[in-house]
Design a protein around this ligand. Structure first.
Ligand code: FAD
Length: 314
């Protein structure tokens, strides 16, 4: 089923609780893949609207994304969204990936450009921007796929002009995108202002904030720097004094992120949260618990799965 239809159905009544989804990335080892299937299956008991699997352009890992989408869609029966990048990608590989998703019954694609090569060389491939990939998907598959796109509430590193960034986002919507997933962020006031600007600019497809739970101080700082996003002073004030104690950082990080998510939900601009799980379970489930977004029934199913002797929650 399409993510857009699931969102519509879940929020027909505007007072319905916020929904959520989980993103996973392709592991590097066969054992890692097996462990991840177990984790995805187990976390699905929490009743996410869908799960995402990232695209890792080039070689085996791209094939692995297609393979995993096939298993999660057909064997595990999980509503799946496949990420797909288009730079440095031969058209044949893009078409194979789309056809595999189609054959697996997967109806959701997050259409991305991908990052340029790290060595600074020119990107290769048939498409320049994510918009070109959206046009291609629509011309080849019509309305079969529900298409998601990426957005950057604090701007994209390659485009300093925020107005142009909004215009390019609108172009992706106009090319046929159905929903937006954002880059991680910690500055919630900036996010809310940006979401309002999007609406004013005529961007009216659902905006789904990307939520990165905090599980470790160094990883938190590193990811914020890597993604070029601002860390508000209250995050530093509350996390820096306990930075060497992972368990305290996880507890305080959970409170900070729960406050951020609650502010988003209260703004009424947002009714769905997308969790970057980093293939881990604990920080995401703690945050969901704090936000009270999991029904008692789903929690019981999840805990029952987790209590099996071979299960070990991370
Ligand atoms: P685009 O929308 O094409 O934008 C790229 C740049 O070009 C921007 O600076 C934009 O302002 C500019 N631009 C766009 N259109 C035009 C135009 N018409 N004229 C001039 N400039 C223009 N990467 C992966 O490799 N695999 C993944 O699975 C993955 N998942 C992601 C998920 C999310 C939610 C997000 C936010 C990012 C993800 N990325 C992933 C990273 C993404 O590929 C990079 O951030 C990439 O640099 C930009 O991709 P995009 O789809 O936003 O590109």
């Amino acid at each position: 089923m399409k993510v857009s239809d699931k969102l519509l159905a879940a929020h027909r009544d505007p007072s319905s609780p916020a929904t959520f989804s989980f993103e996973f990335f392709t592991p590097k080892t066969t054992q890692g893949v097996q462990n991840l299937y177990d984790r995805m299956d187990r976390m699905y008991n929490l009743n996410p609207l869908f799960i995402d699997i990232t695209w890792n352009a080039g070689g085996n890992l791209s094939n692995l994304t297609s393979e995993m989408v096939n298993i999660t869609s057909t064997v595990l029966g999980l509503e799946t969204c496949m990420h797909l990048t288009c730079t440095n990608m031969p058209l044949k590989l893009i078409d194979d990936a789309l056809q595999n998703a189609y054959n697996s019954g997967c109806q959701n694609i997050l259409a991305l450009r991908g990052d340029p090569p790290l060595d600074g060389s020119e990107s290769t491939g048939d498409f320049k921007y994510a918009k070109d990939l959206i046009n291609h998907i629509r011309s080849k598959f019509g309305d079969y796929f529900c298409i998601g796109i990426a957005a950057y509430p604090e701007g994209h590193p390659e485009e300093p002009d925020n107005l142009k960034t909004l215009e390019y986002l609108k172009q992706k919507q106009d090319a046929g995108a159905d929903f937006i997933v954002t880059q991680l962020f910690y500055d919630v006031d900036n996010f809310i202002n940006w979401a309002k600007q999007c609406k004013d600019y005529g961007i009216n497809i659902p905006i789904i904030p990307g939520i990165m739970p905090i599980s470790n101080y160094n990883a938190f700082i590193r990811r914020a720097k890597w993604n070029g996003v601002k860390i508000p002073q209250n995050f530093i004030d509350r996390l820096d004094p306990i930075k060497d104690d992972d368990s305290k950082v996880r507890d305080e990080g959970c409170l900070l992120m729960a406050e951020l998510c609650q502010k988003l939900i209260d703004s009424k601009l947002i009714n769905h949260l997308h969790f970057y799980t980093m293939n881990l379970e604990k920080s995401t489930t703690m945050l969901l618990d704090k936000l009270n977004l999991v029904s008692l029934n789903s929690k019981m199913n999840y805990e029952l799965e987790n209590s099996k002797p071979w299960r070990k929650s991370l």
